[in-house]
Ligand binder design. Structure first.
Ligand SMILES: Cc1cc2nc3c(=O)[nH]c(=O)nc-3n(C[C@H](O)[C@H](O)[C@H](O)COP(=O)(O)OP(=O)(O)OC[C@H]3O[C@@H](n4cnc5c(N)ncnc54)[C@H](O)[C@@H]3O)c2cc1C
Ligand code: FES
Length: 279
């Protein structure tokens, strides 16, 4: 096994940006201290990294930046417990460790000429953000791009500047937002992502659907996409939330005979057919 998967490389936080109004999600830009580590760390959308705060611990975080853009790695981190709280305390100039990248990637190279539908919920937009920006940077390779994204409240929508100022203004690209609960600032749709997706009724012909979010949302979105007529080989999801060690050692991620970290985390619904429904 490659050493870079087991040993963290030293890196420095270069900027911190709040994503949600409450600040429970922040995006960290991170640069490797050693240029050789930066050169070695090549990745594709859908991959993740183990981020460590020295003296506290480490956790798996999706890479939210796109490899089509030179510059720092970006991680959008939701504060939920000990390690993510310690990451949130990091300010520009602070050190952390990064190892990886782990997992397979979204097979965007197989989707040339296809229309794309991205369906995300909450912090699940982080790995899809990498993919959206990757596809927008190679715009001529793909057909229309539709994003369906939902969060609990308007203040919980991540990457709002990009959603409103960049993606919704990109050619042949539509951004469809929903929230579970509206407020005075919200004039858009209210409702859960799967029902909202079905109300939009995207045409499945010539289209690939990719979804990421909380496990219950993924399960219901997979059912919605199937009802809408998407064939299982054109429905792609990432089961990353089942991963822990990322290197096939802890046994936390198996679904039937598949190890999510070794065989995935990106799968088509066809790949998952016949497996126990525990994903
Ligand atoms: C492949 C992969 C990619 C991921 N990508 C991302 C990403 O891009 N961004 C991101 O933010 N996260 C991501 N995660 C999730 C992230 O790894 C976890 O949120 C992180 O490991 C939590 O670690 P922690 O020490 O902060 O929390 P822990 O202390 O381990 O807490 C974990 C869980 O326990 C609950 N908990 C914690 N404290 C309490 C308490 N006092 N009472 C009740 N419940 C509590 C939390 O709500 C949380 O659900 C990813 C996970 C995987 C496997
Ligand atoms: S995440 Fe540990 S074995 Fe797969």
């Amino acid at each position: 096994m490659s050493e870079r998967l087991l040993l963290p490389s030293l890196a420095t936080v270069t900027s911190v940006r709040p994503e949600t109004l409450s600040g429970d999600v922040r995006t960290f830009q991170v640069e490797f201290d050693d240029p050789a580590d930066a050169a070695r760390f090549t990745y594709l959308p859908g991959q993740c990294a183990m981020v460590s705060v020295f003296g506290v611990g480490e956790c798996m975080i999706s890479i939210a930046s796109s490899p089509t853009r030179l510059g720092p790695l970006e991680f959008a981190v939701k504060k939920v417990g000990m390690v993510t709280e310690a990451i949130h305390e990091l300010e520009p100039g602070a050190n952390l460790g990064v190892r990886g990248p782990y997992g397979n990637c979204f097979p965007a190279h197989n989707w040339l000429g296809q229309n794309l539908l991205f369906v995300a919920g909450g912090i699940g937009l982080a790995p899809l953000r990498s993919l959206v920006n990757y596809c927008l940077d190679k715009r001529e390779d793909y057909g229309t791009i539709d994003l369906v994204y939902g969060a609990r409240t308007p203040g919980d929508l991540c990457f709002r500047d990009e959603l409103q100022e960049v993606w919704s203004k990109a050619p042949d690209t539509r951004v469809n937002l929903t929230v579970d609960r509206g407020d005075d600032t919200w004039a858009g749709p209210v409702g859960f992502v799967p029902a909202f997706l079905e109300s939009l009724a995207p045409d499945p012909s010539g289209r690939i659907a990719v979804t990421c979010g909380p496990p219950i949302m993924i399960k219901l979105v997979l059912e919605s996409l199937t009802r809408l007529g998407f064939p299982p080989e054109r429905i792609i999801t990432t089961l990353e939330m089942k991963m822990q060690c990322g290197v096939g050692k802890c046994g936390r991620c198996n679904v039937g005979a598949k190890y999510v970290c070794v065989d995935g985390p990106v799968f088509s619904l066809r790949d998952l057919e016949g497996l126990p429904e525990e994903f």
